[in-house]
Design a protein around this ligand. Structure first.
Ligand SMILES: Nc1ncnc2c1ncn2[C@@H]1O[C@H](COP(=O)(O)OP(=O)(O)O)[C@@H](O)[C@H]1O
Ligand SMILES: Nc1ccn([C@@H]2O[C@H](COP(=O)(O)OP(=O)(O)O)[C@@H](O)[C@H]2O)c(=O)n1
Ligand SMILES: [Mg+2]
Length: 205
């Protein structure tokens, strides 16, 4: 018998509704920082595409050196790799609500996720931040990342403007973008983030 639920639910078991929020914004805009706070306050699982790719390098996967080279150059890793990692993490989590951070970063990311999972995001949380502030934050992030050097940062900003902003514009045309001023202090940014999540009644006590 053909299980048609697979076609409408991205391979997730049964007909459980899957809620996905894409969290976008330039490098250093505060996506990871705010996602951690959303997880503390609401019942979401945080999946950072960049973290999953870095974990894949560490695991000694055959794609490791390709991923590592692309990250050092600030380039976007082929979508089939990233979408597979995201889908695996979603299934393993057992949750039905996901913050997908740093994805989709280009049209190919967006189309591949849509084709593979058939999931349409609930909304896009977008952190708006000037480049000079993002540059300052990245240069003092101190997480030992190979790509937080000024040369790679400039490349990442360029990729953001050329490839990622068009994805945000695509969703903006659909009325799905919730834009937040990310230049403010962390707690003030989170106040604005909470206002975006509250109407969705997803808070867990
Ligand atoms: N609103 C903020 N004001 C000042 N610094 C911030 C703010 N949000 C995040 N940071 C800091 O900036 C750096 C980048 O934040 P991060 O959350 O890793 O951004 P992203 O995931 O978008 O690259 C981190 O060192 C973080 O502590
Ligand atoms: N969807 C994605 C997300 C990240 N990446 C790669 O991972 C790098 C770091 O992404 P990240 O989201 O951790 O970076 P930040 O925006 O958090 O600083 C990107 O510059 C890309 O090289 C990717 O190829 N595809
Ligand atoms: Mg991040």
């Amino acid at each position: 018998m053909v299980d048609s639920s697979k076609d409408v639910n991205g391979g997730f078991p049964g007909d459980k509704k899957i809620t996905v929020v894409f969290v976008l914004g330039g490098p250093g805009s505060g996506k990871g920082t705010q996602c951690a706070k959303i997880v503390e306050n609401f019942g979401f699982t945080h999946l950072s595409a960049g973290d999953l790719l870095r974990a894949e390098i560490k695991s000694g996967s055959e794609n490791g050196s390709m991923i590592s080279n692309m990250i050092k150059e600030g380039k976007i890793v082929p979508s089939e790799v990233t979408v597979e990692l995201l889908q695996k993490a979603m299934l393993e989590s057992g949750n039905d609500k996901f913050l997908i951070d740093g994805f989709p970063r280009n049209e190919e990311n967006r189309a591949t996720f849509e084709n593979v999972t058939k999931i349409e995001p609930e909304f896009i949380l977008f952190f708006n931040c000037p480049e000079e502030e993002m540059e300052r934050r990245l240069l003092s992030r101190n997480q030992g990342r190979d790509d937080d050097n000024i040369e790679t940062i400039r490349k990442r900003f360029r990729v953001f403007v050329e490839s990622s902003v068009p994805v945000v514009e695509y969703y903006d045309m659909k009325g799905k973008v919730r834009k937040v001023d990310a230049l403010k202090p962390i707690d003030e940014v989170f106040e604005a983030v909470k206002a975006v999540f509250d109407p969705f009644h997803v808070k867990v006590e």
